[in-house]
Structure formats: structure tokens, C-alpha cells
Design a protein. Structure first.
Length: 152
């Protein structure tokens, strides 16, 4: 059995070691998938039961919020209809942690919001670098990340 811990900043409702044990057992039996994990956690005495919202009224609303996120994240802004060479981008973005989205043009035109958006993107790139930094096929990408302000 391996040792487990949650990623920094994540506060699971169950201990990481317990989750790891459940994940290992599922992997060895039916396979570790989100659906299998939910199924294995339905019983109130199941180790991962308290990790999930079982109130259908609340869970239904959370699903609708997830659907809304998908729509928000997939809407792109058309900068110039006459010039298809101009790339399109997501119309609504989050420039800081939380649920609030703002129009990309608003964010980019405000120096404080734009800087926050850049820093958020840079953090994601550095996370990519930490995760895939040893993969030789990504060496060029990692090199470009290092050239950015704040590259670790």
C-alpha cells in the first residue's frame, strides 16, 4: 500500500490515506472510475460516503451549476467577423479564484484584473511544468514557460 496526501490547498472530507485505500481496492476489483467510486460510496458506512453530497435537491443544483460552467467556458468571442485569421478566445474568464466570470475584454483592459489573469495563467503553466517537466517531448514548452515573468 502506498502513502497518500491531498494536494496542497485541497481539503478532502475524508483522510487521504483512507481515500487511497479505497481507490486501490476499486482499481484492483472493478476499476477506478468516478461512477465506480460513487457507487462504492453510496452506503452510509462506506469509507468515502461523506465525500459526496447525497441530498438530491442540492446535488441536482450542483449539477446544473456544472452545466452552466460548461456553457460559460465554451462561449467564444468573435473579434472581427470579416477577418477569420484573427483568433477567437473564450468570451468569459475568471481572473481570480471564485465563481465570478468577467468578459475577457473587460479583464484585459483593466491593469489590475489583467495582471491577476496573467498570474493565474502563469501559475497554471508552472503547474504544468512541475507535472511534466521531466518529459523530454515537452522540453521546448518548458523552456518557453521559463522565459515568462515569474517562471519557476
Amino acid at each position: 500500500m502506498s502513502a497518500y496526501k491531498w494536494k496542497t490547498g485541497f481539503h478532502g472530507k475524508v483522510k487521504a490515506e483512507l481515500a487511497g485505500q479505497v481507490f486501490e481496492e476499486l482499481e484492483q476489483t472493478v476499476g477506478l472510475t468516478p461512477q465506480n467510486l460513487v457507487n462504492a460510496s453510496r452506503c452510509e458506512t462506506a469509507p468515502m460516503h461523506k465525500a459526496f453530497e447525497w441530498d438530491d435537491a442540492k446535488a441536482g443544483e450542483e449539477w446544473r451549476k456544472q452545466q452552466a460552467r460548461v456553457y460559460i467556458n465554451h462561449l467564444e468571442i468573435v473579434v472581427d467577423k470579416a477577418n477569420e485569421d484573427i483568433p477567437v478566445t473564450r468570451a468569459w474568464v475568471q481572473y481570480e479564484k471564485g465563481e465570478n466570470y468577467e468578459n475577457i475584454m473587460t479583464v484585459l483592459s483593466d491593469p489590475v484584473k489583467s495582471n491577476s489573469f496573467f498570474e493565474m495563467g502563469l501559475k497554471m503553466l508552472n503547474d504544468f511544468k512541475r507535472r511534466y517537466g521531466e518529459v523530454k517531448e515537452f522540453a521546448k514548452v518548458i523552456s518557453e514557460i521559463d522565459k515568462l515573468k515569474g517562471g519557476e
